[in-house]
Design a protein around this ligand. Structure first.
Ligand SMILES: Cc1ncc(COP(=O)(O)O)c(C=O)c1O
Length: 393
């Protein structure tokens, strides 16, 4: 069945962060929201129907995760990613960030160092700092219009206080899907220095061919026993508001440590609709996802060709995965403040500021292409017209 990703849904006045909280985050009204990692497509029918069926039952008391819930995820990982996950490896948290935060507390001590690789999803830095751990920034290298990990920098920065690394695979915001070779190299360095790896793999279903996602735990025995992977249906099916995510912890001892902290904070309870939606998504979601990937890819092509035709100074970093496009505005030679001013006050679009992902994100912006094509085109027209007006001065 063909799904209609062109349909415009009015999301205003639903307490929706992407649309209703724009003025709070950007200090301006009526911006076209192309920011936070949340898509504007309607929730697929098989998820809505499953929740509707559950809603028909009049009681919403405490619930638990059924065997079918776990099996749906295990089957999905096997079928889509050829990765055999065992039920005994799994924990469930209300979100990936909750899981990351708990893992930081469980496996490191205050004052110890944790590596992140900017430009990267900004809450990584906040999670580390707010837990009184020390952030070690090993910037990604930007070469020939693409990003790679700085392995030499990584080795050089590690000292006896460095205990953990947090990676984003695929990498938000630069769109890299790390190759098996890159991850293998990373894991070798981590093994040499006995570093625990937290792999945020929340975007791992949004991968554009021929790229393939490699789960960190599949890389080697060290990776299997020294990593925690964080995966959810929230980005794939756009159900972040249903707060249900998995943590994969194959090592039994580490799993016990993690379980202890989830019990301490009582965060492993199931949500009635989160569990129903998650199971439906992983059970029936393949066809929808395949269609979504085609649609997102065509949105990406639209952005690339629009900029190359109308504002070629803006370089679009080709994403291998995620629906987040990383745009390089540096060739316009504008101060970052000015760039934001033009986009917000003149173009009236809400994009994430590159600088919020790290100092090396200066002069970049993150554009979310998870919207109907007409919205993306409107955003592009607004942006290009605003920069053209600047040139006219
Ligand atoms: C890389 C990454 N990790 C985590 C999250 C947030 O996950 P959650 O809402 O499950 O905490 C996001 C959301 O944008 C993300 O892009």
């Amino acid at each position: 069945m063909p799904y209609n990703f062109d349909k415009i849904i009015d999301r205003k006045q639903t307490n929706c962060v992407k649309h209703d909280a724009v003025s709070r985050f950007f200090g301006a009204e009526n911006l076209l929201p192309l920011w936070v990692a949340d898509m504007d497509f309607e929730t697929p029918d098989f998820i809505q129907n499953a929740m509707q069926k559950r809603l028909d039952h009049p009681v919403n008391g405490y619930t638990y995760f059924s065997d079918e819930f776990y099996t749906s995820f295990i089957n999905w990982m096997e079928k889509r990613h050829q990765f055999a996950v065992e039920k005994s490896w799994l924990e469930v948290t209300p979100g990936v960030l909750t899981g990351l935060s708990l893992a930081i507390m469980a496996f490191t001590k205050p004052g110890e160092k944790i590596i992140i690789q900017p430009p990267v999803y900004h809450p990584f830095l906040q999670l580390v700092e707010s837990s009184d751990r020390v952030v070690l920034e090993n910037d990604l290298l930007f070469e020939d219009g693409g990003y790679k990990m700085d392995f030499d920098g990584l080795e050089a920065s590690i000292d006896s206080q460095t205990k953990m690394i947090i990676i984003s695979n695929p990498h938000n915001p630069v769109g890299r899907v790390w190759t098996k070779e890159e991850l293998t190299h990373l894991v070798e360095i981590c093994e040499k220095h006995q570093i625990i790896i937290l792999a945020d793999e929340i975007h791992s279903d949004i991968i554009f061919k021929p790229n393939t996602y490699t789960p960190i735990a599949s890389i080697s025995e060290y990776a299997k026993h020294n990593s925690l992977s964080f995966i959810a249906p929230s980005k794939t099916f756009n159900i972040a508001g249903l707060s249900t995510s998995f943590v994969i912890i194959p090592n039994e001892d580490k799993h016990k440590v993690f379980s202890a902290i989830t019990s301490r904070f009582h965060v492993s309870g199931a949500s009635v609709f989160g569990s129903v939606a998650c199971e439906a998504a992983y059970t029936h979601g393949e066809e929808w996802l395949e269609q979504l990937l085609v649609y997102l890819k065509s949105n990406i092509e639209i952005v690339k060709s629009y900029f190359s035709k109308h504002l070629p100074a803006v370089r679009v970093i080709e994403p291998e995965g995620t629906y987040l496009l990383w745009l390089d505005f540096s060739r316009l030679k504008l101060a970052d403040e000015k760039l934001h001013e033009i986009l917000i006050e003149d173009a009236k679009v809400a994009l994430n500021k590159g600088i919020s992902f790290g100092a090396n994100g200066e002069n970049f912006m993150r554009l979310n292409v998870g919207s109907p094509q007409s919205i993306i085109v409107e955003g592009l027209e607004r942006i290009v017209a605003a920069f053209k007006r600047q040139e006219d001065f």
